[in-house]
Design a protein around this ligand. Structure first.
Ligand code: 4AD
Ligand code: MG
Length: 463
């Protein structure tokens, strides 16, 4: 029986003797005495299908055009493989060349390239072993995220990408405008007249869907958002992107302890799904990228996250026999070195830090009775630092209003957010998971630019 359109991952499960057609891109070609070996990959799994061309089976003229990078349809019969590492290989009867590739100029050579170089050929890097594995894991993470929330009755809501409000109150936003930058309309006192802009007011790319998410949690109980998020902070680090994807659940009738438990269950669920569906990819990372990947994953699945308050965390850091680049004192915004010390050295597992000083956290977090701290929570992961940020929200109208004023935020802009506290306000909480940080955690990849298809960072928006 001739089959068409199989994925290579399915071909590997077929019986010897089956006639198949495999389509994909050539990873390598090796010429040996009397036979030519072609490694074909279609992205469906880590392993390449080995096609064996015996002398005379395919015309010379065709074989001349086949090198690394070419796109082929190979027809033949599955035979038991003599080589190590695969059960079956494809004995070639016929080859159709969809697109040849000149192996002498093809940028993705069958050898180890630097990550920096691969970033410059982001149109071809998905065909490499490393990026094939990265994007299969990323896909599995996304599937697990939807599955987790859908199984628990959460409503998936699309919050806007263009917004007029600064959700984090931190101001690191990209403006969105159709005004002519060379000829800006002016107000009487010389400012920019945004009344003439597309939306009639200053607008931005969103830094978080949370505030709109809260609207939906006030009607559907439990919701989640999953979309692109934009931050114009000029931080050129291996953990920051200007455009990244964030998952934000928001839950009514939920306090900070519930929030913490959901976050832990959520991360463990994603990990279990990825181990279930992408083990060969994880094994590759463990061998070539970071030899702690598999150990970390099993360890996390088996142990409880550590919970400490911010105040306890600072005490631990103050006692540390270590010199810090950023000095430690109660009130500081913990830096990556502090976060990583807690999770990697002290507790050796994911750590949830709660109850941060109100001065260093967003205006919407619920004020504790001490008047000094808020019901914030950050989940810190080994190698990554902060992977989740969340909180119980301030549901008391007057307390919230006071905080908006204290942080000098434009009160009028938050009228609808304050309204939620006037009509049927409920205790609620939620968090945001950075998708790319999660993928970094699972793969051991060192730079966030290498876990998103087309990274957007200061000075860089190629592709
Ligand atoms: O801690 P953040 O800023 O929290 C919020 O935006 C809240 N509104 C979430 C909520 O409670 N609904 O961001 C959440 C997570 C971080 O923990 C981090 O994983 C990721 O988003 N993140 C980034 N990832 C890549 N590049 C950046 N510039 C990021 N900024 C935050
Ligand atoms: Mg944060």
């Amino acid at each position: 029986m001739i089959r068409t359109g199989e994925y290579i991952k399915d071909i590997f499960t077929m019986a010897v003797g089956t006639a198949v057609q495999a389509r994909g891109w050539v990873k390598t070609r090796r010429d040996s005495k009397g036979v030519i070996f072609i490694q074909l990959n279609d992205g469906s799994c880590f392993k390449d299908l080995q096609a064996v061309v015996e002398q005379g089976a395919i015309p010379e003229e065709t074989m001349r055009q086949i090198g690394t990078g070419a796109c082929l349809k190979i027809s033949g019969e599955l035979v038991a493989s003599l080589g190590a590492g695969q059960s079956v290989e494809l004995k070639v009867r016929d080859i159709l060349i969809y697109g040849p590739a000149d192996p002498t100029t093809y940028p993705l050579q069958p050898k180890r390239h630097s990550m920096e170089f691969l970033r410059e050929i982001a149109h071809l890097r998905p065909r490499s072993n490393t990026f094939g594995a990265v994007f299969r894991v990323r896909n599995a993470v996304c599937y697990a995220i939807h599955k987790f929330f859908q199984e628990r009755g959460f409503l998936y809501v699309h919050t806007p990408i263009i917004t007029a409000s600064d959700a984090e109150g931190a101001g690191a936003m990209f403006g969105v405008t159709t005004l002519d930058l060379m000829n800006l309309p002016r107000t009487e006192n010389g400012g920019i007249n945004f009344a003439e802009d597309f939306f009639g007011r200053p607008s931005y790319l969103t830094v978080s869907g949370q505030l709109e998410g809260e609207i939906f949690a006030s009607a559907f109980t439990n919701i989640y958002t999953f979309g692109p998020t934009f931050r114009a902070e000029n931080s050129n680090t291996p953990r920051h992107l200007a455009e990244f994807w964030m998952i934000e659940p928001e839950m009514s009738f939920c306090d900070l302890d519930d929030n913490r438990r959901v976050a832990e269950e959520f991360l463990k669920y994603i990990i279990a799904h990825v181990v279930d569906t992408c083990l060969p990819d994880l094994e590759f990372f463990n061998k070539w990228v970071d030899d702690t990947v598999l150990e970390t994953i099993t360890h996390v699945a088996e142990s409880d996250f550590q919970h400490v308050t911010y105040t306890e965390a600072i005490e631990v850091l103050l006692k540390a026999d270590k010199s810090w680049e950023f000095p430690v004192a109660w009130g500081i915004d913990m830096q990556s070195e502090h976060e990583r010390y807690l999770t990697e050295v002290v507790f050796k597992r994911p750590v949830v830090v709660t109850d941060y000083p109100k001065e260093i956290k967003a205006f919407y977090m619920r004020l504790n009775d001490d008047g000094k701290t808020v019901r914030a929570m950050d989940v810190l992961a080994p190698r990554i630092g902060e992977i989740i940020g969340g909180s119980q929200r301030e549901e008391r109208h007057d307390v919230l209003l006071e905080k908006i004023r204290a942080q000098h935020l434009p009160e009028e802009a938050y009228w609808w957010y304050l309204d939620l506290r006037k009509y049927g306000s409920a205790p609620h909480a939620g968090f945001g998971l950075g998708l790319e940080r999660m993928v970094m955690y699972l793969t051991g990849m060192k730079n966030i630019r290498d876990v998103i298809p087309f990274p957007r960072t200061p000075g860089s928006a190629e592709f």
